[in-house]
Design a protein. Structure first.
Length: 475
């Protein structure tokens, strides 16, 4: 039933994409040759050769969309994720179409033209229009489906195995998104103390021995296995049991224990070896991230240069102290580097206290420093750290050596965050975990970022940073 609904939804998205591409094609023609938003160097070309591109567009672009996962139905996919995926898919499809037009000769060519070339401006407008129309129609379909789910249509019924910390956490997140169309029917847990209990109004239906009875008496579409690492034998038995059912299975890992399991399978003379501690960013991934860092940091530096002298003057006028503040932090592979900020504290603010966290309404701050910290303007000089290669635009925030030495003995997998470059903004920061907040939560989000790194995730974090700002919990 679920797979049938997924196929129907995928067909709906495909139909919407085809409609959007047709609209984008005619919009690009109208903008280029009727409105002439890009001045024409010649007369308006014949429409027939361009019309020959439409079937190519309608066949090849959905294929590119398919390989970008745009027809994989995931109710929990965010609008930002979907929009960024559409942008990347359209970019690749546009490059392929550009390559095609370079070698393609239309079957209908005006007699006056022995050699016909397609307008590059038309192709650029086509790509831009395609992004707009595809995103618009997809967001419309999403909203229609969302409203149907809020009215109780197309619900998926979920059973959670494990009523411990993991089980309750995933249940809370599911219940927080009613528009996803998920209904948690209950928990199964072997802890006798939880029998008959309810968590978030979801009942504990029994222990794991009651699984067959639950599957027979209730409709179950998905099962979330939320068991601790030490229960892996139970997990294997459950997976074998669910192999006899047409049910989607999802495992909720304890991220602090599974963090190193973004592993790779290697081979040593025919013997399989699992590498648990490889560098997360290698090869072209590392080069692509570095290229993005250089482009964004250069643009940010150029944008801030006109305003920097004024900010520097205000800082100096308050107490005639230094403009910039440098401090040792630990970065990639635990190597120290000097981080640069605009000074927001009084000179020698830690002379008597030693290294301490900044707090809300910190008395050590200057008046202009309070404003700079509230809006995270003091962080802007770190683009110089990015250009130098000490940091990245996106990554875990760097800590001071004193804190690193303290936390690595207290928090499991803490040093995993040093497997990538530190960043100006990060996955933890855009979720509000920065400054004097729970270090365990910050590590959890940092490890998620390291496990799931992609350029798409970096772009999502940048968008979330611009949308919500860096100033949440900024002290």
């Amino acid at each position: 039933m679920i797979r049938q609904r997924h196929r129907q939804t995928a067909v709906l998205y495909l139909f919407g994409d085809l409609l959007a591409l047709v609209a984008a094609f005619f919009t690009a023609w109208f903008l280029r040759f009727e409105l002439a938003v890009v001045p024409l160097t010649k007369t308006t070309p014949d429409f027939a050769p361009y019309l020959e591109l439409l079937p190519v567009l309608l066949i090849s672009w959905p294929v590119v969309f398919y390989f970008h996962g745009l027809y994989q139905i995931r109710r929990s996919r965010s609008r930002v994720d979907e929009t960024l995926t559409v942008v990347l898919a359209v970019a690749l499809a546009s490059i392929l179409l550009l390559a095609f037009t370079a070698g393609y000769r239309p079957t209908v060519t005006p007699d006056s033209q022995e050699y016909f070339t397609y307008s590059r401006a038309f192709l650029a407008l086509l790509a831009a229009s395609a992004v707009g129309f595809v995103v618009l129609l997809r967001m419309t379909i999403r909203e229609v489906l969302r409203q149907r789910r809020l009215r109780g249509h197309g619900m998926q019924h979920i059973l959670v195995i494990g009523a411990g910390k993991l089980g309750k956490e995933i249940t809370q997140k599911i219940l927080a998104h009613r528009d996803f169309g998920f209904d948690v029917i209950g928990f199964l847990d072997d802890d006798p103390g939880k029998a008959g209990s309810t968590f978030y109004d979801v009942p504990v239906l029994g222990n794991l021995r009651a699984l067959d009875e639950v599957l027979e008496s209730q409709r179950v579409d998905q099962v979330y296995i939320a068991l601790p690492l030490e229960a892996h034998k139970k997990m294997l038995r459950l997976l074998q049991r669910f192999g006899r059912e047409c049910i989607d299975i999802r495992i909720v890992p304890d991220i602090l224990q599974y963090a190193t399991l973004s592993a790779s399978l290697e081979e040593l003379d025919g013997c399989p070896v699992i590498n648990l501690s490889q560098q997360p960013l290698q090869g072209w991934h590392s080069m692509a991230k570095r290229a993005m860092d250089l482009v964004i940091a250069s643009a940010a530096l150029a944008a801030m240069l006109p305003f920097l002298p004024l900010v520097a003057l205000i800082i100096w006028l308050e107490d005639h102290g230094p403009i910039f503040y440098s401090q040792e932090r630990m970065g990639l592979d635990g190597q120290p580097f000097m981080i640069y900020k605009l000074r927001t504290m009084r000179v020698n603010a830690e002379a008597t206290t030693g290294p301490v966290w900044a707090v809300k309404d910190d008395p050590r701050r200057t008046r202009i420093g309070s404003f700079l910290r509230e809006w995270s303007i003091d962080e802007l000089p770190q683009v110089w750290n990015v250009l130098r290669g000490d940091m990245s635009i996106v990554g875990p925030r760097p800590e001071r050596p004193a804190f690193v030495h303290e936390f690595k003995h207290k928090i499991p997998q803490y040093m995993m965050r040093h497997r990538v470059k530190a960043g100006i903004t990060g996955w933890a920061q855009v979720h509000g975990w920065r400054g004097n907040t729970s270090i365990k939560k910050r590590i959890q989000f940092d490890l998620y970022y390291i496990q799931n790194w992609s350029l798409l995730l970096d772009l999502k974090i940048l968008w979330m940073t611009l949308r919500s700002g860096l100033w949440h919990n900024a002290h």
